[in-house]
Design a protein around this ligand. Structure first.
Ligand SMILES: [Zn+2]
Ligand SMILES: [Zn+2]
Length: 261
């Protein structure tokens, strides 16, 4: 059985958790940890878990909202970290890598197992050193998490087709971004090919996937400045052809609670 939840989602910190259970054995991975140690521990408690329940952390890329808490959490609780060469190198240069943490290099070409969880990294266009996003599986159900991608690609769409659950970035509404207060260079970065997806891009991406198995679709990484929850929800509902209330949303303060597959 596979279940998943979010501790936080947005530009101030991201952390998704996935759990594969086989009888009494549970494998739990954090996908990213952009939270400080006490905040991460507190939010895990909210989901009924202790830090010692976590098997590993999968890192997508070195941006602080995804990676700033990774090594503190891993060092404090003896947890393995999986990340790309590029991400590790960037984090070393920023002084964010701590000695004594067991790291494993992943590449977008090779799937691997973390105990009872299958992990499939895939490459995405984003302005970081060697970014990947992840599909995880317990062998029967598959969850995809896709945030921090400037534009969809055929490769990404192939990886996300036929999933059972998808957590999908809806970063901004284009009108709100361009009419908003951000400096021009930042608007261009966010909207550029290595930035983030807006609601319309996410709608389009979702609409071209094989959605026949999807039981959960959750909008994530919403900008608090440049988006509104109802706009993101409406965009994903259009792509699914479903009621807006069926679409979940991940928030900065709450993330979202457990969803089961
Ligand atoms: Zn981010
Ligand atoms: Zn990023």
């Amino acid at each position: 059985m596979l279940r998943f939840a979010s501790l936080a989602s947005g530009s101030s910190g991201n952390c998704t958790i996935a759990e594969a259970r086989d009888g009494a054995r549970a494998t739990r991975v954090l996908i990213d940890c952009g939270l400080n140690l006490t905040d991460c521990e507190r939010r895990l408690g909210r989901l009924g878990l202790a830090p010692s329940d976590i098997t590993a952390i999968l890192v997508t890329h070195e941006h602080g909202d995804h990676a700033d808490g990774v090594f503190n959490f891993a060092a404090s609780h003896s947890i393995r970290v999986f990340l790309t060469h590029g991400c590790l190198g960037a984090m070393k240069e920023e002084g964010k890598v701590l000695d004594g943490v067991r790291t494993t290099i992943v590449t977008s070409r090779e799937s691997f197992a973390v105990d009872g969880m299958e992990v499939h990294p895939f490459t995405v266009p984003h302005d970081s050193r060697e970014p990947v996003q992840y599909v995880v599986s317990d062998g029967s159900s598959r969850l995809g998490v896709l945030t921090d991608i400037g534009a969809s690609t055929v490769h990404v769409e192939q990886k996300l087709s036929g999933l059972d659950a998808l957590v999908l970035e809806c970063n901004y509404d284009a009108d709100m971004l361009w009419n908003g207060l951000y400096p021009k260079w930042l608007k261009q970065r966010i909207a550029g090919p290595f930035g983030h997806l807006d609601n319309r891009q996410s709608e389009k991406l979702l609409s071209v996937l094989d959605r026949s198995r999807l039981k959960h679709v959750i909008g994530a990484h919403l900008s608090q400045q440049n988006n509104r929850p109802e706009l993101a929800r409406a965009a994903l509902a259009r792509a699914m052809g479903c009621e807006e209330s069926w679409i979940g949303l991940a928030t900065q303060d709450e993330g979202f609670g457990w969803r089961e597959l």
